[in-house]
Design a protein around this ligand. Structure first.
Ligand code: FES
Ligand code: FES
Length: 169
């Protein structure tokens, strides 16, 4: 069950954390029990962070922490103290889609879209580390993310397209 409510009752202990999220630095009080996924969604309003299984299985909640893909349902907000976080909301630049978002769009790599932000962030980590992955490397790079709708092939095509596009930029 989600611990969605991140408002802090007066009688609960809290810790101060400072995180940089999509380039903006935030200092705030959180309860130690609050998951990072709930903190991002409820406290910061970043609803692109999706919560599916809450068990580290589906990858819908994937965000980047200091450049590494993490499942935010398995992390506590206090563990992000001092970190740089990236969510899907930080990708578009002044209304223009990020090349990965554009490629997912063009390759029809989503249907319901519930998994998409997690796939996009996992792809960002993959292409940061390996700008020209082969098919096997793409499959391995996205193996922690589950999609119930697309059958994956279009997602892999989108990653290939994004890699080409980012190489050309
Ligand atoms: S919600 Fe985090 S892995 Fe499924
Ligand atoms: S597009 Fe629906 S779960 Fe992936």
């Amino acid at each position: 069950m989600s611990t969605d409510d991140t408002s802090v009752p007066a009688d609960r202990p809290t810790e101060e954390i400072t995180v940089t999220v999509n380039g903006e630095t935030v200092t705030t009080e959180v309860e130690p029990r609050h998951k990072l996924s709930d903190f991002l969604r409820e406290h910061l309003g970043l609803r692109g962070v999706r919560v599916g299984c809450e068990h580290g299985v589906c990858g819908a909640c994937t965000v980047l922490m200091d450049g590494d893909a993490v499942k935010s349902c398995l992390s506590y907000a206090v563990q992000a103290d001092g970190a740089e976080l990236e969510t899907v909301e930080g990708l578009a630049d002044d209304g223009s889609l990020h090349p990965i978002q554009q490629s997912f769009h063009e390759e029809h790599a989503l249907q319901c879209g519930f998994c998409t932000s997690g796939f996009v962030m996992a792809t960002k980590e993959l292409l940061n580390e390996n700008p020209d992955p082969d098919d096997e490397e793409i499959r391995e790079g996205l193996a922690d993310n589950i999609c119930r709708c697309t059958g994956y092939q279009n997602i892999y095509e989108a990653v290939n397209r994004a890699a080409d596009r980012m190489e050309d930029e």
